[in-house]
Design a protein around this ligand. Structure first.
Ligand code: CMC
Length: 395
């Protein structure tokens, strides 16, 4: 045994000290470096948010322009990356592809290999933020068999991403400002969320002194799971399943299945380890959902109506009330992304793109901490007591 605290799932263990993101789960409050997410989402763009997370303060106009310039210098990926991508099946899950592509970046840059060197970390950070949209769009284009679209540095971060996703060489592509703003907001809302599973993974992985790109690839791998970043995909699949069962009329039946613990069915996009109130990101996402559906003439989208009704019914149901289960960010983000034209299996990839900056900021903070050590949890041993190996014929 041993004198260790047993805390499966880290329900009451603080793994680090952090000054980046603050969540008040009871109030449903989220602050990045002290700034409320509502203000950042309405008054700042994603690159400003990245700057804030990385350096601790919002940039002034000059700092913002310099940062954007540094990022856009790195938006292209090495041409060799295309050949690496070609090794995948076209029907590979984009998260499998992305885990591979981000991991492969560690083989491309020999000036940013040392995670303990602040200059190496800085250039790796800029490259990752700059290249994630390019990689996600390439993974998508590869899957649908269309040519890759190179980045355009005169567009905004979100605008460039939309263009790389949806432009073709055959015709002019115009970025729709409403969709651009929505995409940017999705990025801001997913940029960081303190010590969640993928962030803790990145910290633990980075704590061994591994290559910075490899540490971020570990975060991508962790994010894939349906209890974490994969929830937006799982949520949309759930809504489609209820729709196929008969839509709004079948919500009661579905909720009954969720409440039956033997069914193994959860209401996806609901519940959170930290929020025991409405996830503030879900409110902002619902707003964006309205805007995007309005812009695209999809106000009567049956999935949106279904989601609204499902939310309303769950929020009035004792099961959810007693357990303080509220919609989380993923409940509406899938509907927005689907309306924009993003395929369901790419949702988590977009989450990874946005969260990359949070992973890097957390990694930097860990490594800059004078108390930083390799992460090495202990265990309570429950296996066999010491015994002797018998010769094979006696076993
Ligand atoms: N549907 C039905 N019941 C639920 C749900 C749900 N979505 N979430 C929690 N519960 C129940 C759970 O069965 C348990 O009930 P009981 O006390 O009777 O055993 C109770 O609520 C507490 O749940 P828990 O699993 O112990 O809570 P947790 O903190 O370990 O899990 C969670 C948090 C997010 C994994 C969970 O709420 C869940 O699986 N939600 C659905 C998946 C989801 O939407 N994930 C996205 C999270 S937000 C984005 C991100 O950070 O990735």
């Amino acid at each position: 045994t041993g004198m260790f605290t047993y805390d499966p799932g880290f329900l009451s263990t603080a793994s680090c000290q952090s000054a980046i993101t603050y969540i008040d789960g009871d109030k449903g409050e989220l602050l990045y470096r002290g700034y409320p997410i509502e203000q950042l989402a309405t008054q700042c763009d994603y690159l400003e948010t990245c700057y804030l997370l990385l350096y601790g303060e919002l940039p002034n106009a000059q700092q913002k322009a310099d940062f954007a310039r540094r990022v856009t210098l790195h938006t292209m990926v090495h041409e060799q990356m295309q050949f690496f991508l070609r090794g995948f099946r076209r029907d590979a899950h984009p998260m499998a592809v992305l885990t591979g592509l981000v991991g492969a970046m560690s083989a491309f840059y020999h000036d940013s290999t040392d995670i303990n060197n602040p200059e190496h970390r800085e250039i790796a950070a800029i490259r990752l933020i700059a290249k994630m949209p390019t990689l996600v769009a390439m993974a998508y284009k590869y899957g649908v068999g269309q040519p890759y679209i190179y980045p355009r540095n005169d567009l905004s971060y979100a605008g460039n991403f939309l263009r790389m996703m949806f432009a073709t060489p055959c015709e002019e592509y115009r970025v729709n400002p409403v969709l651009e703003r929505a995409m940017d907001r999705i990025f801001i809302l997913h940029a960081d969320h303190e010590q969640n599973a993928s962030t803790s993974t990145v910290r633990l992985c980075g704590s061994s002194g591994t290559n910075p790109f490899a540490a971020i690839a570990a975060g991508v791998a962790c994010l894939w799971g349906p209890a974490h970043g994969g929830a937006n995909e799982a949520c949309l699949n759930m809504l489609e399943e209820i729709q196929a069962m008969g839509g709004v009329e079948k919500i009661g039946e579905f909720i009954a299945k969720v409440k039956d613990k033997n069914s193994g069915v959860r209401l996806m996009g609901f519940g959170h380890r930290v929020y025991k109130n409405y996830d503030p990101r879900a409110k902002l996402m619902q707003e964006t959902c309205h805007e995007v559906l309005g812009e695209l003439g999809l106000e009567n989208d049956p999935l949106f109506a279904l989601a609204r009704k499902l939310e309303q019914i769950a929020l009035e149901d004792d099961y959810f009330v007693q357990r303080k289960l509220y919609p989380n960010v993923d409940f509406y983000s899938g509907i927005v992304q689907r309306a924009i034209g993003i395929p369901v299996n790419l949702f988590t990839g977009i989450f990874a793109l946005a969260r990359t900056v949070g992973w890097i900021a957390q990694l930097n903070e860990m490594i800059s901490d004078p108390e930083y050590k390799i992460g090495r949890p202990r265990q309570l041993f429950t296996g066999a007591a010491k015994r002797d190996v018998k010769p094979i014929e006696q076993r």
